[in-house]
Design a protein around this ligand. Structure first.
Ligand code: GSH
Length: 234
């Protein structure tokens, strides 16, 4: 995967490698792929997490100190945590030379960061019960179990949030920033597991999924069979 070469700059000559889950079923990997694609950077992906029991390769765990994917290698920098990776890419490849990931306006940028933190640190029951792999192995997944009360509450909260942001014009395609990708990738967990979405949320998701940066991850080739269930959280 990837793309047009960008022009010069102190950091642009170094190789960028994103270590990802080998099944391409990790929402946080997806978010980093979106960032790299939106910036039109040349990069490659490498399997950093083998879900059939192998786990994160020891060399990667040692380099990042926390042994998680996604992890970015850029020259001699090794970095884990998707938020840190996105912020790093925005600083290392800044606008206007590279397309922005975050809004220029301080208030809008703060709000984007708010939503990016929210989907990572909250909605735990929803994320546990609607693993992201279900979205892309839609045909081979079992019938989703009914949501627990907590996951139902998370789902209602997420949908209501997106409806409100749509009504306020904050999720219009013209306002696109990487928080929109995070919200869409989270909403996919519901849309692909038969949760009925109201019109505005559905329209937001449909528009977001047309973006080539999201398609690059969603349509990336993956094994024909889903990951074993016990390794499939996330
Ligand atoms: N908060 C992290 C989440 C990363 C994470 O938890 N990754 C999981 C896969 S979803 C992982 O690498 N687990 C290591 C393992 O399973 O051995 C981020 O945003 O990047």
């Amino acid at each position: 995967m990837s793309l047009t070469s960008s022009s010069s700059g102190a950091l642009s000559g170094r190789t960028l490698t994103l270590y990802v889950d080998g099944y391409f079923v990790n929402q946080w990997d997806a978010s980093c792929v979106v960032a790299l694609e939106e910036k039109h950077l040349v990069y490659s992906t490498a399997r950093g997490l083998l879900r059939d029991g192998g786990g994160v390769p020891p060399a990667l765990a040692e380099r990042t100190n926390i042994g998680r994917v996604p992890a970015l290698q850029h020259g001699d920098l090794w970095l884990a945590e998707s938020l840190a990776i996105i912020e790093y890419l925005e600083e290392a490849f800044p606008p206007p030379e590279y397309p922005p990931l975050l809004p220029a306006n301080a208030h809008a940028r703060a709000k984007a960061r708010q939503w990016m933190s929210f989907v990572r640190s909250d909605l735990n029951a929803l994320r546990a019960e609607r693993s992201w792999w279900m979205c892309v192995y839609n045909e081979s997944r079992p019938q989703p179990r009914p949501l627990s009360r907590d996951a139902e509450r998370d789902s209602r909260e997420l949908v209501a949030l997106i409806e409100r942001l749509c009504a306020a014009g904050e999720l219009a395609p013209s306002q696109w920033n990487i928080a929109h990708a995070d919200l869409a990738l989270t909403l996919m967990r519901l849309a692909y597991t038969e949760y009925p979405l109201p019109d505005r949320a559905r329209a937001f998701l449909d528009a977001a999924l047309e973006r080539p940066s999201l398609r690059a991850y969603i349509e990336h080739p993956r094994p024909p069979f889903p990951p074993p269930d016990k390794y499939a959280a996330g």
